[in-house]
Design a protein around this ligand. Structure first.
Ligand code: UDP
Length: 194
């Protein structure tokens, strides 16, 4: 698809609806997908950290999370259609998972927060199969965590470790998987727990 460069990060020129339809299709085709929803903080961080920038460039899709990116693209005379907040995208994916009875893994946040979020997901989306969950306070390259996620055979993995850790975790472990949607979701598990 068409890309829009904002300070060296190539955003996908797309809408939330189009994105959801693309992701649905990729799930049906068992294609694995790394999605980044980038806000201005993430773009600025990539400017200072070449390794992180490479990780972002390796993602299948980069979505504009927040009005700051939309304004930046406008100023650069290369506008993006709309903002695609990470939390909204995650919610839409949970709706698909609910309908299709998919397996979802939640990785990140504090343990009590995560447990509350899981309770809420089970109540709101009874069709979702909770593949597993683990709190976000572990050594970043602990192979046991990655092995646990892999063993759970997930269709979707939401990684809430804050940036840049969440994208780094996905990038380091993506090769282990044959399928699945992988997405860093920042504080979204905290929001789900509320
Ligand atoms: N978090 C985590 N492990 C850490 C640091 C943070 O699991 O080592 C979690 C934190 O509990 C929160 C989430 O990461 O649920 C996102 O934090 P924040 O809102 O700071 O991330 P950002 O939105 O800046 O990416």
């Amino acid at each position: 698809s068409k890309k829009v460069d904002v300070l060296g990060i190539e955003f996908d020129h797309t809408t939330k609806l189009e994105t959801i339809n693309t992701l649905k299709k990729r799930i049906m085709e068992n294609k694995k997908t790394f999605i980044v929803t980038a806000n201005p903080e993430i773009v600025m961080h990539a400017g200072r950290d070449p390794q992180y920038k490479k990780i972002l460039q390796s993602a299948d899709y980069i979505m504009p999370d927040g009005i700051g990116i939309i304004m930046g693209a406008n100023l650069l005379k290369n506008p993006l259609p709309e903002r695609i907040p990470g939390f909204d995208l995650m919610k839409d994916l949970l709706i698909i998972a609910n309908k299709e009875r998919l397996r979802v893994f939640f990785l990140g946040a504090r343990e009590e927060v995560l447990n509350k979020a899981i309770d809420n997901v089970k109540r709101e989306y009874p069709g979702i199969q909770i593949a597993g969950c683990h709190h976000g306070f572990f050594k970043e390259n602990d192979p046991q965590i990655a092995a646990m996620v892999k063993k759970s055979n997930p269709d979707m993995v939401f990684v809430a470790l804050g940036f840049p850790r969440q994208e780094r975790w996905i990038s380091n472990n993506f090769h282990l998987f044959e399928k699945g949607i992988f997405m860093g979701v920042g504080g979204s598990i905290d929001v789900l727990s509320g």
